[in-house]
Design a protein around this ligand. Sequence first.
Ligand code: ATP
Length: 237
Amino acid sequence: MSALLPITLSGGAVQRRGKRLIGPIDLTIDGSGVTAVIGPNGAGKSTLLKALHGLERLSEGTITWNCGRAEALFRQAFVFQTPVMLRRSVLENLAFPLRLNRRPRAEARALAAEWCARIGLAGMEARAAMVLSGGEKQKLALARALITAPELLFLDEPSASLDGRATREIEALLTLATQGGTRIVMATHDMGQARRLAREVVFLRGGEVHEIAPASRFFDAPETEAARAFLAGDIVD
Ligand SMILES: Nc1ncnc2c1ncn2[C@@H]1O[C@H](COP(=O)(O)OP(=O)(O)OP(=O)(O)O)[C@@H](O)[C@H]1O
């Protein structure tokens, strides 16, 4: 039973310098598993994720959580497309969110070491996070988000520009996280990835939700012409 979900965006819109980037959007995130947010470049996927995360100021509409906003922010995590590393060791990067949550130092370091092994970085605990490869950094960023067992995780293009092996490792971590009860909302350009992981698909076009459906139905029988064209690889804007 989640304290955080459902999250409901009602008539939500985001505007920058007089231009509407997304909205109005009505969307509820509830239940379990992965929601894939897909759509053409510039459709507003990243902006929608940030709005649902509660950190993007809405120009119109409201967002509500099952708990208060401060508690909601505490119960969720966001992993950006370009992983942000602290200028610290691998182990310290992993221990950092636990220390923020006031977990005792020894306990935080022990759990961080466990996660280090889980993401295939055993033996690299003392290495500076900044010198890791792109795939290693992405795994570290994901592990640092998952180490606090968030109820909800937002991912913006979790494996863009990663090779097959790193992508497989990231997806395995995501599957384990959902099995552990973490709800995931993920923007992706990779339709194979959306098919592999998603329970639900939100297809964005021009800043609005054009189609929303269970993933199997969306991929087998999209209802709109634009979704059919997008899945066929046509240029859609
Ligand atoms: N800081 C900003 N200021 C002005 N316009 C912005 C800003 N950030 C994004 N945009 C514009 O907002 C729209 C939505 O951008 P967003 O990055 O959310 O789309 P996206 O679907 O994630 O794109 P992509 O698939 O290319 O990552 C685009 O037209 C983009 O050019």
